[in-house]
Design a protein. Structure first.
Lengths: 131, 98
Protein backbone atom coordinates (compact mmCIF):
# COMPACT_ATOMS: atom_id res chain seq x y z
CA UNK A 1 0.00 0.00 0.00
CA UNK A 2 2.82 2.38 0.93
CA UNK A 3 4.43 1.66 -2.45
CA UNK A 4 1.19 2.50 -4.22
CA UNK A 5 1.12 5.96 -2.62
CA UNK A 6 4.71 6.63 -3.70
CA UNK A 7 3.96 5.54 -7.28
CA UNK A 8 0.84 7.73 -7.17
CA UNK A 9 2.86 10.75 -6.07
CA UNK A 10 5.34 10.24 -8.91
CA UNK A 11 2.52 9.92 -11.47
CA UNK A 12 0.92 13.08 -10.07
CA UNK A 13 4.22 14.97 -10.25
CA UNK A 14 4.70 13.80 -13.85
CA UNK A 15 1.18 14.92 -14.80
CA UNK A 16 1.75 18.33 -13.17
CA UNK A 17 5.06 18.77 -14.98
CA UNK A 18 3.53 17.81 -18.33
CA UNK A 19 0.46 20.02 -17.97
CA UNK A 20 2.43 22.84 -16.39
CA UNK A 21 4.93 23.16 -19.20
CA UNK A 22 2.90 22.04 -22.21
CA UNK A 23 -0.22 23.93 -23.25
CA UNK A 24 -2.90 21.38 -24.29
CA UNK A 25 -4.58 23.87 -26.61
CA UNK A 26 -1.50 24.25 -28.82
CA UNK A 27 -0.69 20.53 -29.26
CA UNK A 28 -3.04 18.04 -30.86
CA UNK A 29 -1.74 14.91 -29.15
CA UNK A 30 -3.68 15.57 -25.94
CA UNK A 31 -6.77 13.35 -25.72
CA UNK A 32 -10.05 15.03 -26.57
CA UNK A 33 -13.16 14.45 -24.52
CA UNK A 34 -14.98 11.57 -26.27
CA UNK A 35 -18.35 12.94 -25.13
CA UNK A 36 -17.58 16.30 -26.73
CA UNK A 37 -16.33 14.68 -29.95
CA UNK A 38 -19.49 12.56 -30.24
CA UNK A 39 -22.14 15.07 -29.20
CA UNK A 40 -20.58 18.50 -29.61
CA UNK A 41 -21.77 19.26 -26.08
CA UNK A 42 -19.59 20.10 -23.10
CA UNK A 43 -19.55 17.53 -20.29
CA UNK A 44 -18.72 18.58 -16.69
CA UNK A 45 -15.07 17.69 -17.34
CA UNK A 46 -14.57 19.49 -20.64
CA UNK A 47 -11.83 22.09 -20.50
CA UNK A 48 -10.14 20.51 -17.48
CA UNK A 49 -6.83 19.90 -19.26
CA UNK A 50 -6.60 23.54 -20.33
CA UNK A 51 -7.81 24.64 -16.89
CA UNK A 52 -5.07 22.55 -15.26
CA UNK A 53 -2.46 24.19 -17.49
CA UNK A 54 -3.77 27.65 -16.56
CA UNK A 55 -3.85 26.78 -12.87
CA UNK A 56 -0.30 25.42 -12.84
CA UNK A 57 0.81 28.68 -14.43
CA UNK A 58 -0.94 30.71 -11.76
CA UNK A 59 -3.77 31.93 -13.94
CA UNK A 60 -6.83 31.26 -11.79
CA UNK A 61 -9.14 33.49 -13.82
CA UNK A 62 -8.38 31.66 -17.06
CA UNK A 63 -8.77 28.28 -15.32
CA UNK A 64 -12.20 29.33 -14.05
CA UNK A 65 -13.18 30.27 -17.59
CA UNK A 66 -12.19 26.83 -18.93
CA UNK A 67 -13.73 24.76 -16.16
CA UNK A 68 -15.25 26.46 -13.13
CA UNK A 69 -16.13 23.10 -11.54
CA UNK A 70 -12.45 22.13 -11.35
CA UNK A 71 -11.61 25.41 -9.61
CA UNK A 72 -14.49 24.92 -7.16
CA UNK A 73 -13.39 21.37 -6.37
CA UNK A 74 -9.86 22.37 -5.34
CA UNK A 75 -10.60 23.47 -1.74
CA UNK A 76 -12.52 20.22 -1.14
CA UNK A 77 -9.74 18.10 -2.65
CA UNK A 78 -7.03 19.93 -0.68
CA UNK A 79 -8.85 19.42 2.62
CA UNK A 80 -9.59 15.75 1.80
CA UNK A 81 -6.02 14.91 0.83
CA UNK A 82 -4.62 16.78 3.86
CA UNK A 83 -6.73 14.52 6.10
CA UNK A 84 -5.74 11.51 4.03
CA UNK A 85 -2.03 12.34 4.34
CA UNK A 86 -2.48 12.90 8.07
CA UNK A 87 -4.09 9.49 8.50
CA UNK A 88 -1.32 7.79 6.51
CA UNK A 89 1.41 9.43 8.57
CA UNK A 90 -0.20 8.96 11.97
CA UNK A 91 -1.74 5.55 11.28
CA UNK A 92 -5.08 6.75 12.65
CA UNK A 93 -8.33 7.03 10.69
CA UNK A 94 -8.69 10.79 10.27
CA UNK A 95 -11.31 11.79 7.75
CA UNK A 96 -12.98 14.84 6.34
CA UNK A 97 -16.31 14.43 8.14
CA UNK A 98 -18.27 16.75 5.84
CA UNK A 99 -17.90 14.17 3.06
CA UNK A 100 -19.96 11.71 5.13
CA UNK A 101 -22.95 14.03 5.59
CA UNK A 102 -26.09 12.94 3.78
CA UNK A 103 -26.43 16.32 2.11
CA UNK A 104 -22.87 16.68 0.73
CA UNK A 105 -23.03 14.29 -2.25
CA UNK A 106 -26.55 15.52 -3.04
CA UNK A 107 -25.29 19.11 -3.22
CA UNK A 108 -22.35 18.01 -5.35
CA UNK A 109 -24.70 16.12 -7.67
CA UNK A 110 -26.87 19.24 -8.10
CA UNK A 111 -23.75 21.37 -8.74
CA UNK A 112 -22.33 18.94 -11.32
CA UNK A 113 -25.60 18.42 -13.21
CA UNK A 114 -26.46 22.13 -13.01
CA UNK A 115 -23.02 23.00 -14.35
CA UNK A 116 -23.38 20.48 -17.19
CA UNK A 117 -26.74 21.94 -18.22
CA UNK A 118 -25.89 25.63 -17.80
CA UNK A 119 -22.63 25.46 -19.76
CA UNK A 120 -24.48 24.15 -22.82
CA UNK A 121 -27.15 26.85 -22.87
CA UNK A 122 -26.79 29.70 -25.36
CA UNK A 123 -26.81 32.39 -22.68
CA UNK A 124 -24.18 34.81 -21.43
CA UNK A 125 -23.63 32.59 -18.39
CA UNK A 126 -23.41 29.51 -20.61
CA UNK A 127 -20.85 31.28 -22.74
CA UNK A 128 -18.70 31.90 -19.68
CA UNK A 129 -19.14 28.37 -18.30
CA UNK A 130 -18.41 26.51 -21.52
CA UNK A 131 -14.95 25.02 -22.00
CA UNK B 1 -25.66 -7.78 1.28
CA UNK B 2 -22.49 -9.17 2.82
CA UNK B 3 -22.96 -8.10 6.40
CA UNK B 4 -25.82 -9.85 8.14
CA UNK B 5 -25.49 -7.93 11.40
CA UNK B 6 -28.57 -5.78 10.97
CA UNK B 7 -29.02 -3.10 13.57
CA UNK B 8 -25.39 -3.17 14.61
CA UNK B 9 -23.21 -0.49 13.09
CA UNK B 10 -20.13 -2.00 11.43
CA UNK B 11 -16.84 -0.75 12.81
CA UNK B 12 -16.15 1.22 9.67
CA UNK B 13 -18.31 3.36 7.50
CA UNK B 14 -18.17 1.92 3.96
CA UNK B 15 -16.06 3.97 1.60
CA UNK B 16 -18.38 6.36 -0.23
CA UNK B 17 -16.04 7.03 -3.19
CA UNK B 18 -17.19 10.65 -3.30
CA UNK B 19 -13.80 12.25 -3.93
CA UNK B 20 -12.93 9.60 -6.52
CA UNK B 21 -16.31 10.22 -8.19
CA UNK B 22 -15.59 13.95 -8.39
CA UNK B 23 -12.14 13.30 -9.82
CA UNK B 24 -13.38 10.97 -12.57
CA UNK B 25 -16.21 13.40 -13.34
CA UNK B 26 -13.74 16.25 -13.86
CA UNK B 27 -10.83 14.38 -15.44
CA UNK B 28 -12.22 11.37 -17.25
CA UNK B 29 -14.49 13.51 -19.37
CA UNK B 30 -17.34 11.05 -19.20
CA UNK B 31 -20.82 11.50 -17.72
CA UNK B 32 -20.28 8.11 -15.99
CA UNK B 33 -18.84 9.94 -13.00
CA UNK B 34 -22.31 11.28 -12.25
CA UNK B 35 -23.54 7.70 -11.75
CA UNK B 36 -20.90 7.18 -9.06
CA UNK B 37 -21.84 10.47 -7.37
CA UNK B 38 -25.43 9.19 -7.13
CA UNK B 39 -24.15 5.98 -5.54
CA UNK B 40 -21.93 7.95 -3.16
CA UNK B 41 -25.03 9.85 -2.07
CA UNK B 42 -26.74 6.52 -1.37
CA UNK B 43 -23.82 5.29 0.73
CA UNK B 44 -24.13 8.35 2.98
CA UNK B 45 -27.90 8.49 3.20
CA UNK B 46 -28.27 4.76 3.86
CA UNK B 47 -25.48 4.59 6.44
CA UNK B 48 -26.76 7.70 8.21
CA UNK B 49 -30.26 6.21 8.26
CA UNK B 50 -28.97 2.96 9.79
CA UNK B 51 -29.21 0.81 6.67
CA UNK B 52 -25.68 -0.58 6.92
CA UNK B 53 -26.13 -3.45 4.47
CA UNK B 54 -27.64 -1.05 1.94
CA UNK B 55 -24.74 1.35 2.44
CA UNK B 56 -22.26 -1.48 1.79
CA UNK B 57 -24.06 -2.41 -1.42
CA UNK B 58 -24.10 1.23 -2.58
CA UNK B 59 -20.40 1.50 -1.75
CA UNK B 60 -19.63 -1.48 -3.98
CA UNK B 61 -21.72 0.01 -6.77
CA UNK B 62 -20.06 3.44 -6.42
CA UNK B 63 -16.61 1.85 -6.59
CA UNK B 64 -17.62 -0.13 -9.66
CA UNK B 65 -18.71 3.00 -11.53
CA UNK B 66 -15.62 4.97 -10.52
CA UNK B 67 -13.48 2.19 -11.97
CA UNK B 68 -15.57 1.93 -15.14
CA UNK B 69 -15.37 5.71 -15.69
CA UNK B 70 -11.63 5.68 -14.96
CA UNK B 71 -10.70 2.83 -17.30
CA UNK B 72 -13.11 3.77 -20.08
CA UNK B 73 -11.79 7.34 -19.85
CA UNK B 74 -8.18 6.15 -20.11
CA UNK B 75 -8.97 3.72 -22.94
CA UNK B 76 -10.80 6.35 -25.00
CA UNK B 77 -8.03 8.87 -24.27
CA UNK B 78 -5.37 6.45 -25.50
CA UNK B 79 -7.43 5.62 -28.62
CA UNK B 80 -7.74 9.38 -29.24
CA UNK B 81 -3.99 9.90 -28.91
CA UNK B 82 -3.23 6.94 -31.23
CA UNK B 83 -5.70 8.25 -33.83
CA UNK B 84 -4.19 11.73 -33.57
CA UNK B 85 -0.68 10.37 -34.08
CA UNK B 86 -1.77 8.11 -36.98
CA UNK B 87 -3.54 11.00 -38.70
CA UNK B 88 -0.51 13.20 -38.10
CA UNK B 89 1.92 10.61 -39.47
CA UNK B 90 -0.41 9.87 -42.40
CA UNK B 91 -0.72 13.54 -43.27
CA UNK B 92 3.04 13.93 -42.97
CA UNK B 93 3.67 10.95 -45.29
CA UNK B 94 1.12 12.19 -47.84
CA UNK B 95 2.70 15.61 -47.72
CA UNK B 96 6.18 14.23 -48.29
CA UNK B 97 5.11 12.06 -51.23
CA UNK B 98 3.06 14.60 -53.09
Amino acid sequence: MQKLYIVGLFVLAGVFLLYGFVNPSTYSFFPQCPFHVLTGLDCPGCGSQRALHSLLNGNLKEAADYNLLLVFSIPLLVVHFRYKAASIFTGRDIRFRALDYTLTPILIFILVVGFAVLRNLPTELGNYLKA
Amino acid sequence: MESQNFGQPPAFRPKNWLVESILVTIFCCLPLGIVSIVNAAQVNSRYNAGDYAGAQAASKEAGKWVKIAFFVGIALGVIGIVLNVLIGVGAGLLGSFS
